[in-house]
Write a protein of this length. Structure first.
Length: 360
């Protein structure tokens, strides 16, 4: 993993080298959206670099929190992992866990997999979207919404699917009697529970949670987060949890990865990240997190970043954070791109001048 993170553009590791406890490894993931102009938009004049050489891995049964400001590339990374978007480059190695894998190799590169292979793997990978009001079809009943993955993959008879739907509704804290209701008859938190039930229908190993509570009230957020934690413990799920709320991420994650303008800048265990951040961008993010202690809140050090996030269509050279970084050194940070290095056991940072900073 060291070589992979130090140089995400380097050689791709052999698929067979994936450790047995790692469920998924993302290696050098790149996603660019072309910018076209001219008659009928036929001429490409540039590209939006949404994700640029991102590499990380998630162990089976753990939750990796992926955080960053809006526009940092978090959701694009998630969609590329599931091949909802086609990656421009890189690899996504998935170690499936089912015996009935229909003659698939034990480890598959999702980024280059054929459609038939992807169709099989999608049983083990699901996503819960951010907006519970937009992610559910308003013309379908709850039973039809949750049973849709079962129908697509040809699982069970109609009676068995209905029984499964009622079981899933009970699992996520809803009444099995709600099967014939429509999404508009539910609150936001209840709709998100329906989205979670749909994601659980095929008994997946990996669930990507794309800001699943950001559209909900604070009291409802806690209920959904507790539900996700209970489901993970009971079903042995693996989560990629995407959010911009660092308090939420700390509550649910085992490890945290920080993104800025399409790049990973820091990865560490949860407590280590929050107590001993090394990257200046992480310092700034954590300094904005409210603390329920008046004395600490009064005396804490605030870090105010100057300027706006640069455009991903024209990102800064070398370190992408140097235009806003209070520690940037001319001639170094704007010339050499810092590699993502393991500075402490399990703690990686991409900075020429990393520093553990006391935020209080």
């Amino acid at each position: 993993m060291t070589d992979m993170l130090e140089n995400s553009s380097g050689s791709v590791p052999h698929v067979g080298e994936l450790p047995s406890d790692v469920l998924i490894r993302i290696d050098g993931l790149v996603k660019e959206f072309p910018i076209k102009r001219g008659v009928f938009f036929k001429r490409q004049v540039g590209a939006v670099q949404a994700v640029s050489g991102v590499s990380f891995e998630i162990k089976a049964g753990e939750t990796l929190g992926l955080v960053g400001e809006s526009g940092s590339g978090k959701s694009t990374t998630a969609r590329c992992v599931l091949r909802l978007l086609e990656p421009t480059a890189g690899a996504v190695y998935f170690q499936h866990t089912r015996d009935d894998s229909r003659e698939l190799p034990p480890i598959v590169d999702i980024a280059t997999a054929e459609k038939d292979t992807l169709r099989i793997l999608r049983e083990e990978m699901q996503i819960v979207f951010q907006d519970p009001f937009a992610s559910l079809n308003p013309r379908m009943t709850v039973a039809s919404i949750i049973a849709e993955p079962l129908i697509v993959h040809g699982v069970g008879t109609a009676e068995e699917r209905l029984s499964k739907v009622k079981e899933l509704l009970k699992t996520v804290g809803l009444s099995p009697e709600h099967t014939n209701r429509y999404p508009h008859e539910f609150s936001g938190g209840q709709r998100q529970r329906i989205g979670v039930a749909r994601a659980l229908a095929l008994n997946p190993a990996l669930i990507i949670l794309d800001e699943p509570v950001s559209a909900l009230d604070v009291s409802i957020q806690a209920q959904v987060l507790n539900l996700l934690a209970d489901l993970q413990e009971d079903l042995g799920l693996t989560y990629l949890f995407i959010a911009h709320d660092l308090s939420v991420v700390r509550h649910i994650s085992d490890r945290v990865a920080v993104m800025y303008l399409g790049k990973l800048v820091e990865i560490a265990e949860r407590d280590n990240m929050y107590e001993r951040p090394m990257h200046p961008y992480t310092h700034a993010l954590l300094s904005a997190v409210p603390i329920p202690d008046p004395d600490l809140e009064t005396h804490r050090k605030r870090i105010i970043l100057e300027g706006d996030i640069p455009s991903p269509a024209d990102p800064p050279a070398a370190c992408r954070f140097h235009t806003r970084c209070p520690k940037a050194v001319p001639g170094k940070c704007d010339v050499d791109e810092p590699p993502l290095l393991e500075l402490e056991p399990g703690h990686w940072a991409a900075c020429h001048f990393p520093e553990i900073q006391d935020l209080f």
